[in-house]
Each structure stands twice: as C-alpha cells, then as structure tokens.
Design a protein around this ligand. Structure first.
Ligand SMILES: CC(=O)CC(=O)C(=O)O
Ligand SMILES: [Mg+2]
Length: 227
C-alpha cells in the first residue's frame, strides 16, 4: 500500500505549478526599480500574494486582462519551498529551499496605480489569469549562489531588463524568515524575490523572452484576452 500511496499522493516538487499552495511576492526589493517607479525604498520587505491560478507555462500566451491598458513585465527569481516551516531562522532558511524557478510577475500597472492611490489591495493587478509565467523547475544545485545570478528580459528581441540578484535589498534567508513569521511556508510554495529595474509595457503581438544567464530561458507571446 505504501507504493500505491506514494504513486497516488506524493507530490512532485518539480511540477509545483500543478499543485503548489501559494505564491508569495516581494515588491521593491531592488533600489533602482524603486527609483524608476518613484516608490520609496522599503525598510522591511513588502509582501503580497498571487493566486496559483495565475500560473502559465511556456506554450501558452500571457493574456492582457480585459480593461487593462498598461501590462508590465517584471522578471524575477523564484524560490521553490520543499519543507514546511514557520518562524524559520535565517541560518536554517536555505534548508527549506528545494530549487528555483524563473518567473514573470506580470502586473496590470494601470490597475495597480489606481489601487495604490485609493489604498486598495493589488490582488487584481497582480493576480489575473496568466499573471505568473514560470519556467521549468531548476534544481537547487544548478544555482550555486542565488545572490549572484543575472536576470534578463527582452521584448521583441530588445533588452529591457538586465540585472543581478546581488542587488537585492533583502536576501533570500531573510525573506524566508520574514514571511514565515507571519504565514507558514509549505512544500510547493513559491517566493518571487522582486524585480530589478527596466520594467515596462507589453502589448498584444509582442514576444517576451527572459532568462537566468547560463541556466534557463523561456519565451511567452502576449495576446489580448478574448472571452
Ligand atoms: C511595484 C511593484 O509592482 C512591486 C513588485 O512587484 C516588484 O517586483 O518590485
Ligand atoms: Mg514583482
């Protein structure tokens, strides 16, 4: 019965997007990105959530939600959690990391601007269907130093974002610690660690290509949502 149990219920961390529990996002984690959007540099991590229904995989398009006039790309390093924990101390935090993922935190910037000005949550601006394109799972040992990798993004072959995770304001162990003091982190959760500078708009017909230098890349066309 153990074999049957394992075959039926054991979840494959490498396919977290099929069953993962939550997507925790960190905002304003790079000084230059704070500056480009004229946002203050935070004193503690700015955290928000995306629903797992926003995951989209290569082979499908990113769809501009109806009513959104300014959809922005944000390339980010994602951390895939492999071990449940709450109140995780920074020196133990990396034990909870199962691997990594290249992700886009697609943002309906016009909706976010309205929400910000009215003191409302960002859920719609960040959580629409296809708002979270993700690459294949990246084994932990493929990235020896997650705080020194190059993240890039091109739109129609033109470089728009070209940053390094060495410029993160809050590092990965601290982010895991900080989030887990408020909400347990669980197997299959993903933490998006924020975007470097260079965010900007995409329109229907554009193609976004992004990557982690020497590790992985992915490509997504952009379309209007039709329903
Ligand atoms: C301004 C934002 O949307 C914050 C964010 O998501 C980021 O990565 O920074
Ligand atoms: Mg972001």
């Amino acid at each position: 019965w153990q074999k049957v149990y394992l075959m039926t219920y054991q979840r494959n961390i490498a396919k977290f997007w099929e069953w993962g529990r939550k997507i925790v996002c960190v905002g304003r984690n790079y000084v230059d990105h704070c500056a480009e959007l004229k946002n203050p540099v935070p004193k503690s991590p700015l955290i928000f959530l995306k629903p797992t229904s926003s995951y989209v995989r290569e082979g499908s398009a990113v769809k501009i939600p109806t009513g959104c006039s300014t959809l922005h790309h944000e390339v980010e390093l994602g951390i895939v959690i492999s071990k449940k924990g709450g109140d995780i101390q920074t020196d133990k935090a990396m034990d909870h990391v199962g691997g990594y993922v290249l992700a886009l935190d697609m943002t309906a910037r016009d909706w976010q601007d309205v929400a910000k000005s009215q003191g409302k949550p960002w859920s719609m601006a960040k959580g629409f269907d296809t708002a979270c394109p993700v690459s294949d799972f990246i084994e932990k040992d493929k990235i020896s130093d997650p705080h020194n990798i190059k993240l890039w993004l091109k739109v129609n072959n033109e470089m728009k974002q070209n940053g390094s995770t060495k410029d993160m304001i809050f590092n990965i162990p601290y982010l895991i610690h900080y989030v887990s003091t408020v909400m347990h982190l669980e197997e299959g959760d993903v933490i998006l660690t924020g975007t470097p500078e260079g965010v900007g708009p995409v329109k229907s017909g554009d193609v976004m290509e992004c990557g982690i230098e020497s590790v992985i890349s992915m490509k997504f066309p952009v379309q209007m949502k039709h329903y």
